[in-house]
Ligand binder design. Structure first.
Ligand code: ACO
Length: 336
């Protein structure tokens, strides 16, 4: 009998805008303070795209880096999935725009909408596609320009969000790989976090004025409680499915929304802070980009070595949640 194919991440890349928006900049825009934002969220600054830029721009940049590190040519890709809640437009899908930009003519392409859980949702699709033998090379991208759906007159949300993209190439691996994924949703909680309408580049001349319903509205406290409960639950279920004990995890990479949520989840899991990767202070909440951006930085900083067990876990609008346990099998092109 043929051995089961195991899928793994072959290479990771990320891209963020150059412009930095600090807490001190926000103090000049709304009634807030660096002290409030730092202590309530852990965020110090975030990156903001130019109004004319679109999600595909950063998605394609992140993708090219991931492909290079994986040693995979774009022509080898069978499928491209872009997880985003801020597509360039409703049609064509952002994944098709990326396919054209990176020159991957053999790849099918579609967008996936699961808010901040989108990257791990897309990873699940990629892993199952590779394990089934249907695909050999899948490009999974999490990319969002949340500045395009942020109301910069609403202090309760505008301090939280930022822009970025992260990508991973998924394919068969001989050692390690993705041991488990676990996805969930609770649609009854959907009204707690909504973006009723959307137009990319809302800060630009074609944009949407505050009050027109094109912005994130969120019951922050409710989402906070949901996140603190669901992050450890999702991580534990993914660990159970992988047959891995929490104490055997080398690095925990949570969705970067709020340091208080991350700390509470790690505490419930009994994972010490040195095993938790945090970069929320630099980027704020970048939605679907958050986890792959953190994974890329963790690799950049040498926080992950071959054979390490890594847990990815996210939550977000929907409401949704998703977690994955993987054993790192390395990239063909070494960093540095
Ligand atoms: N600056 C100063 N004061 C503020 C600000 C601000 N930026 N924002 C709110 N406040 C005030 C409020 O008005 C309130 O004042 P009041 O007591 O006089 O009414 C006070 O601060 C406390 O507000 P809370 O909302 O209770 O503050 P909390 O400690 O809950 O923090 C926060 C709010 C940061 C939004 C938190 O609830 C949170 O992180 N929630 C989760 C958000 C999240 O992670 N969303 C992820 C989903 S993302 C996705 O899918 C796109």
């Amino acid at each position: 009998m043929a051995e089961k194919v195991r899928a793994g991440i072959l290479g990771v890349g990320s891209a963020v805008p150059e412009r930095v928006l600090t807490n001190f900049d926000l103090e000049k825009m709304v009634d807030t303070s660096d002290e409030w934002i730092s202590t309530r969220t852990g965020i110090k600054e975030r990156r903001i795209a130019a109004p004319h830029e679109r999600t595909s721009h950063y998605a394609a940049k992140a993708a090219s880096k991931a492909l290079e590190r994986a040693g995979v040519d774009p022509s080898e890709l069978d499928l491209i999935i872009v997880a985003t809640l801020t597509p360039d437009m409703f049609c064509p899908p952002t994944a098709c725009i990326v396919q054209d930009r990176i020159n991957a003519p053999q790849a099918a392409a579609f967008d996936l909408s699961a808010a901040c859980s989108g990257f791990v949702y897309a990873l699940d699709v990629a892993v199952r596609g590779v394990e089934s033998g249907a695909y050999r090379r899948v490009l999974v991208i999490g990319a969002d320009l949340l500045s395009h759906v942020t109301d910069y007159t609403d202090r309760s949300t505008c301090v939280l969000f930022g822009d970025g993209a992260g990508a991973a190439v998924v394919g068969p691996v001989e050692k390690g790989g993705v041991l488990s994924t676990y996805l969930g949703a609770d649609g009854s909680g959907g009204p707690k976090l909504t973006v009723p309408a959307y137009r990319a580049g809302s800060a630009g001349p074609d944009g949407c004025a505050p009050g027109q319903g094109c912005y994130i509205r969120m019951e922050g406290n409710e989402v906070f409680k949901f996140a603190v409960r669901v992050m450890p639950e999702a991580a534990l279920e993914a660990l159970r499915r992988a047959g891995v004990a929490p104490e055997d995890v080398d690095l925990f990479i949570p969705h970067q929304a709020n340091i208080r949520i991350i700390d509470a989840a790690a505490k419930r899991l009994g994972i010490s802070s040195d095993k938790v990767f945090v970069n929320v202070h630099k980027y704020g909440n970048t939605s679907a980009a958050s986890i792959p951006l953190a994974l890329d930085e963790a690799l950049e900083q040498g926080r992950i070595s071959e054979g390490d067990t890594v847990v990815l876990v996210g939550f977000g609008g929907g409401l949704t949640w998703a977690a994955s346990v993987l054993v790192w099998s390395g990239e063909r092109v070494p960093r540095g």
